[in-house]
Ligand binder design. Structure first.
Ligand code: SF4
Length: 464
């Protein structure tokens, strides 16, 4: 099945494979997103340069939804995932932005454990929350039920390391490309799953063993009773990745971040893992962030897609729309590069050139040197994320060609004015863009540079 056909087929069944209404709307009530990322900026500081690996991106992930992040190596996909997980190692720092996580069990657990850093914002408008909370609060409770938090969020960028450790493998679990980085070679697979069950569900002894077997069966590992006693080296690559997924499920996460989980696997096993993730998502209502460089894989699994380039989200849309009517020249280039797309060609099509290292605040389009549609203003105006046309809904692109229903001059002016307003802080607060954060003052504590009202400025990329 072609990539765009696969995306359309997924759209028909909706997030997690659930049926949709005749207009394609999910039948279930859509609540606040499980994860909201706004104006995330993560940079690496070396003696020679500052690398702005993630430069002002934003996106949402709703319950039961799979959001894909796609782009070439060096586009900032994995740094995005590590920023959400609180796993950015020095010399990297999350400089600015907001990462709200709304897993209910996590909210309750952290509000209980960090009651001194929990703010009661029930009935307080979002714009007034900064006044209702202390500077070091990171748990925000919006609704209470019998003295227990019933709704609210954890602001990950403000959370202390102790809280982030509880988040990792608890409310949020992550699967990496190489399962051996997650599995300890000197312990049996069963013992590693049981350790996760002990930590997160309090299970011990035979109850933990039985649940470990259940989890191995849930990820379709045959002969689970025997396999639970084996070591990682006795598993094939595909089985190891299944075992890692079982470990992640042991933590009962609300959000699963998958960073190139199928890249090291052959295509048959890759298809099995994708199907497994889809089944698990449908059963458990998991939200998934799926990171890959492979457009074919994204078409297979994602409900919504963010295309990243040089630290920015350059296009975002529902998967069928992105594959059926791609707008940004970079997205088009990625799709044209899918093997088999042009069977009559002698050679595979590629995007000439490499992803640049984003080490300075953008004053132009970072894709311009590789763009077949570049024109003079692309060298002097930084494109921001705009609706691709008046009827676009939430299909956005960061390209001076859009909105496509305006004249070229009007479109360019739209971008010029919006970029200037982000840089100057209009509508975004005093801190303005991350240009100050990464370009002049060096690393600061994440989340401390927010605008009035506690909402950080959004400079570009992704959902408004
Ligand atoms: S802004 Fe210009 S260079 Fe950048 S993608 Fe659009 S047309 Fe190409």
């Amino acid at each position: 099945m072609a990539a765009d056909d696969r995306a359309t087929d997924r759209a028909r069944t909706g997030p997690g494979g659930r049926d949709r209404g005749p207009d394609g709307d999910a039948l279930r009530t859509v609540e606040r997103p499980t994860l909201s990322v706004r104006n995330l900026q993560t940079a690496f500081f070396t003696d020679k340069e500052t690398i702005r690996a993630v430069d002002g991106i934003g996106f949402d992930v709703r319950e039961g939804e799979t959001v894909g992040i796609v782009g070439e190596s060096g586009s900032g996909k994995s740094v995005t995932a590590r920023s959400i997980m609180g796993l950015v190692d020095s010399p990297g720092h999350v400089l600015e932005g907001s990462i709200e996580f709304r897993g209910r069990a996590t909210l309750r657990r952290l509000a209980d454990r960090f009651s001194g850093r929990t703010a009661d914002v029930a009935g307080v408008e979002e714009a007034d929350r900064a006044g209702a909370a202390d500077d070091d609060d990171f748990v925000f409770v919006e609704e209470w039920d019998d003295g227990e938090p019933a709704a609210g969020y954890v602001e990950i960028t403000r959370a202390p390391e102790k809280a982030r450790r509880r988040l990792r493998g608890g409310g949020i679990a992550m699967i990496f490309q190489d399962p051996l980085t997650s599995l300890n070679p000197v312990y049996t697979v069963g013992n590693q799953i049981k350790e996760a069950l002990r930590l997160h569900q309090g299970l011990k002894g035979s109850a933990a063993t039985d649940e470990a077997v259940n989890l191995l069966e849930a990820v379709s590992i045959p002969d689970a009773h025997r396999r639970v006693t084996e070591y990682p080296h006795q598993f094939s690559g595909g089985m190891r990745q299944r075992a890692v997924i079982a470990m992640a499920l042991a933590c009962e996460p609300d959000l699963l971040i998958c960073d190139e989980p199928t890249t090291a696997l052959d295509v048959t096993i890759q298809a099995q893992i994708l199907e497994l993730l889809g089944d698990i998502q449908e059963e458990r209502g998991l939200s998934i962030v799926f990171i890959t460089h492979d457009m074919g894989v994204i078409a297979e699994i994602a409900d919504r897609v963010n295309v990243m380039y040089a630290g920015e989200i350059v296009e975002t849309a529902a998967a069928p729309e992105l594959f059926g009517d791609p707008k940004h020249p970079y997205t088009r280039g990625l799709l044209e590069s899918i093997p088999g797309r042009h069977p009559d060609d002698d050679r595979l099509r590629t995007i000439e050139g490499d992803v640049p290292t984003p080490n300075a605040p953008p004053t132009d389009c970072r894709f311009a040197p590789r763009c077949p549609e570049a024109f003079a203003e692309c060298e002097t105006v930084h494109p921001v994320s705009v609706a691709v046309n008046d009827d676009a809904g939430d299909h956005t692109a960061a390209c001076l060609l859009y909105p496509e229903d305006r004249s070229r001059e009007e479109s360019v002016e739209t971008h010029r004015a919006r970029d200037a307003s982000y840089a100057g802080g209009d509508g975004g607060g005093e801190s303005g863009s991350g240009r100050d954060a990464a370009g002049e003052t060096g690393p600061t504590e994440a989340g401390t540079e927010t605008s009035e009202g506690g909402e950080p400025a959004r400079r570009g990329g992704g959902q408004p």
